[in-house]
Write a protein that binds this ligand. Structure first.
Ligand SMILES: Cc1ncc(COP(=O)(O)O)c(C=O)c1O
Length: 382
């Protein structure tokens, strides 16, 4: 993994940068560049208005704890209607816990999980899936643009079938992928059929499921059910946080027997919220009138706009055609350095000079314009 974490200038925020014109010119010259997190991650955005309003509404009176409240019932029902099926739903605080606990519920300790070599469960969860499953091994397969290649998956499944090898038990897919691409329904079915043929269950890491959902809907009216359970997915970790919520992810079991005692797993892992209504109410706020899709569509559209602007700059190349809210761009190291020096934070993700620019529900045209102006200025100097 080549991603480098940039040092964060604690204490500076985007508004420091925007308000710098009010400082005196001398003071301005002496200021360190203010940190601008707009394109660093979709985690740098705040809570969207719909989730915030739902939190305020839920913050009234006394309600039962640990999920025995009306908000949690409504949120689960809304998720069932989004997916057009009966399913078991659990809310946890973050994606690592959602993925790890979901995978643990599908595996014994002697099993293995097959995922892409760029999958978050492999690269960015600090071994949590292995930890929570008491030793289940992650096996990686490859495929272009962050998507698993079925032939590669089959090769990994069949690599060994003897007792000395951790038995493949789960195929884990990320939708949308870590490379900002989206599996089509046909691609999903090819992978889930393969998994079924070899007796594997299917887990979907949907940290950016909303972005994939709007992208797929825009292509031909395909519904969330079509690219989850109807396409062979057993359990989905549906991300709320990157879509505009605060610390709330839904683990959705379409294959209900696999959810057996999942509530105990959550409790033991410290993921059973006592004031659950504040996790679940946000889902009500987001799902009841489609805000989850509107925010994701906006983030996706901003990535498209950014790509269009970057295509006009000869020194920059688009590494992967953006399908959701992430844009991967190559640029000369000196240009990236100049942008970092101007305060723009973003991560190196692909190879030595492939950078990820992430858009969110709150990315504005003014953010794009300011970034592109600085990028053009930096390119003019190299
Ligand atoms: C693909 C993917 N899965 C899961 C997660 C969730 O991680 P966290 O535990 O930080 O919420 C992330 C966050 O970056 C992600 O990009």
């Amino acid at each position: 993994m080549t991603r480098k974490k940039l040092s964060l200038d604690a204490g500076f925020c985007f508004h420091d940068r925007m308000s710098s014109s009010t400082a005196s010119p001398a003071a301005d010259r002496n200021r360190p560049p203010a940190a601008n997190q707009v394109f660093a991650s979709d985690n740098t955005a705040g809570i969207c208005p719909e989730a915030w309003a739902a939190l305020a509404e839920a913050n009234r009176g006394r309600l039962p704890s640990y999920g025995n409240d009306e908000w949690t019932v409504r949120a689960c029902d809304l998720l069932r209607s989004v997916f057009e099926t009966d399913c078991d739903v659990f809310f946890v605080f973050n994606g690592t816990a959602a993925n790890s606990l979901a995978l643990a519920s599908l595996c014994q300790s002697y099993h293995s999980v097959i995922c892409h070599d760029y999958a978050h469960v492999e690269t960015d969860e600090c071994g949590a899936p292995e930890f929570f499953s008491n030793g289940t091994k992650i096996l990686v397969a490859t495929g272009p643009h962050g998507k698993l290649d079925p032939a590669e998956v089959e090769r990994v499944i069949l690599k060994r079938t003897d007792i000395h090898y951790p038995k493949p038990r789960v195929l884990s897919l990320t939708q949308s992928t870590e490379w900002g691409t989206v599996y089509t329904v046909d691609e999903l079915k090819a992978l889930t059929d393969l998994a079924r043929r070899h007796g594997l269950a299917v887990h979907m890491d949907g940290a950016r499921f909303a972005n994939a959902a709007t992208a797929l809907a825009a292509r031909g009216g395909c519904q969330p059910a079509d690219f989850t359970w109807r396409a062979g997915v057993d359990v989905l970790c549906f991300g709320g946080t990157k879509n505009g919520m605060n610390t709330s992810e839904a683990v959705v079991f379409f294959n209900k027997p696999l959810a057996h005692e999942f509530d105990y797993r959550c409790k033991q892992a410290g993921q059973l919220a006592s004031k659950m209504r504040f996790l679940s109410a946000q889902w009500v706020g987001m799902l009841q009138d489609g805000a989850w899709l509107r925010h994701a569509a906006h983030a996706n559209q901003m990535a498209q706009k950014l790509a269009a602007a970057l295509r006009t700059i000869p020194q920059v190349n688009i590494l992967v055609e953006p399908e959701v809210n992430a844009l991967f761009a190559g640029m000369p190291p000196k240009v990236a350095e100049a942008l970092h020096a101007r305060g723009w934070h973003f991560y190196n993700f692909i190879g030595a000079h492939g950078y990820r620019l992430m858009c969110s529900w709150d990315t504005r045209d003014a953010d794009l314009d300011a970034f592109v102006a600085d990028l053009k200025a930096a390119c003019a100097k190299v």
